[in-house]
Design a protein around this ligand. Structure first.
Ligand SMILES: [Zn+2]
Length: 255
C-alpha cells in the first residue's frame, strides 16, 4: 500500500492510497481535474472515495470524478449524504478496501458528524488535527473536538496523521506566542522553515512528534498552563477552548 497526496485549492491535501495492482482510493477530493489527471497518468483503477465531513473543499470533486469513473463507491458520514455518497458509515464501522480493513473513527468537533479513517499506520483525520494545530470548531461543539483530539492522542505513536490542510508554520508561530522557550517547538519551526525554503515535503506527521510540538495535544501540561498564566489545576478542556478561541483571532485560517 503506497500513500501519495495532491495539493489542491489553496492548502488542501487530497490523499490517494494505491496498491500493487494499481487499485486506488481517494480521500476528500475537493477538486476533480487534477485528481483525474493523476489517475490517468498513473494508470490507476479507482475503487472508492472516502469523505471525512461535509465541507465543500473536501467534497466538490466527487460528482465529476464519478462521471468519469461511475463504478467508484463513495463512503461518508451522514452529513455528507448529498455529495453523491453511496454508503453512509459511522464510528465503529469497518470497511474492506484494497484487501485491507479500514476502521471508521468518530471524530466530531470540526463538524458534528466528522469521521476519520484508520488504516494502520495512516489516520486520515480530515480537519480534526493539523500539524502543530487543529481544525476550527464550527458548531460550537468544543467538548466533542477536545474528546476527538484526546482519542487521536491515544493512538500508537507511530501513527501518521494525514491531515487535509497544512498550516504548520503559522501554527508554530501561534504556539511560540504561548511557549517562546519551548525547545521542541523552536527546533521544529526551524526544521519546517528550512524544508519549505528548499521546497521539500514536510510530511509525514508522526503522532509522537505532534505530542511534542502541537499545543492542542499538550493542554494537560503544567508548563503550558504556567506560561499562559493559569493555575496548574486549571481544567485541560478550558485550556483547549482558550487556545482554540485565541487561534481563531490570532491568524485565522479558514479551517
Ligand atoms: Zn472542514
Amino acid at each position: 500500500m503506497i500513500l501519495t497526496s495532491i495539493k489542491a485549492l489553496e492548502n488542501n491535501y487530497i490523499w490517494i492510497l494505491y496498491d500493487k495492482n494499481n487499485s486506488c482510493i481517494i480521500i476528500d477530493p475537493g477538486v476533480s481535474k487534477i485528481v483525474v489527471k493523476k489517475i490517468i497518468k498513473k494508470k490507476w483503477n479507482p475503487k472508492a472515495i472516502l469523505l471525512t465531513h461535509n465541507h465543500q473543499d473536501h467534497t466538490d470533486g466527487v460528482k465529476k470524478i464519478l462521471k468519469i469513473y461511475p463504478k467508484i463507491i463513495v463512503f461518508g458520514p451522514r452529513e455528507t449524504e448529498k455529495f453523491n455518497v453511496h454508503k453512509i458509515i459511522q464510528g465503529g464501522d469497518k470497511i474492506h478496501l484494497l484487501e485491507k480493513d479500514i476502521n471508521i473513527i468518530s471524530t466530531p468537533g470540526h463538524t458534528l458528524g466528522h469521521i476519520s479513517y484508520y488504516l494502520k499506520p495512516y489516520l486520515f483525520c480530515g480537519d480534526t488535527i493539523f500539524s502543530a494545530g487543529c481544525g476550527k470548531v464550527f458548531q460550537n461543539n468544543y467538548i466533542s473536538m477536545y474528546n476527538s483530539i484526546q482519542l487521536i492522542k491515544s493512538f500508537p505513536g507511530n501513527t501518521i496523521l494525514c491531515c487535509s490542510h497544512e498550516y504548520t508554520l503559522s501554527n508554530l508561530i501561534f504556539s511560540m506566542y504561548f511557549l517562546p522557550n519551548d525547545k521542541n517547538i523552536k527546533h521544529y519551526y526551524k526544521k519546517v522553515q528550512k524544508k519549505i525554503f528548499l521546497r521539500k515535503n514536510i510530511f509525514p506527521f508522526y503522532l509522537n512528534n505532534e505530542k511534542k510540538i502541537n499545543i492542542f495535544l499538550r493542554t494537560n501540561e503544567y508548563f503550558l498552563k504556567n506560561s499562559m498564566g493559569f493555575e496548574k489545576n486549571k481544567d485541560d478542556f478550558e485550556i483547549f477552548c482558550y487556545l482554540r478561541k485565541n487561534k481563531d483571532i490570532f491568524g485565522a485560517k479558514r479551517d
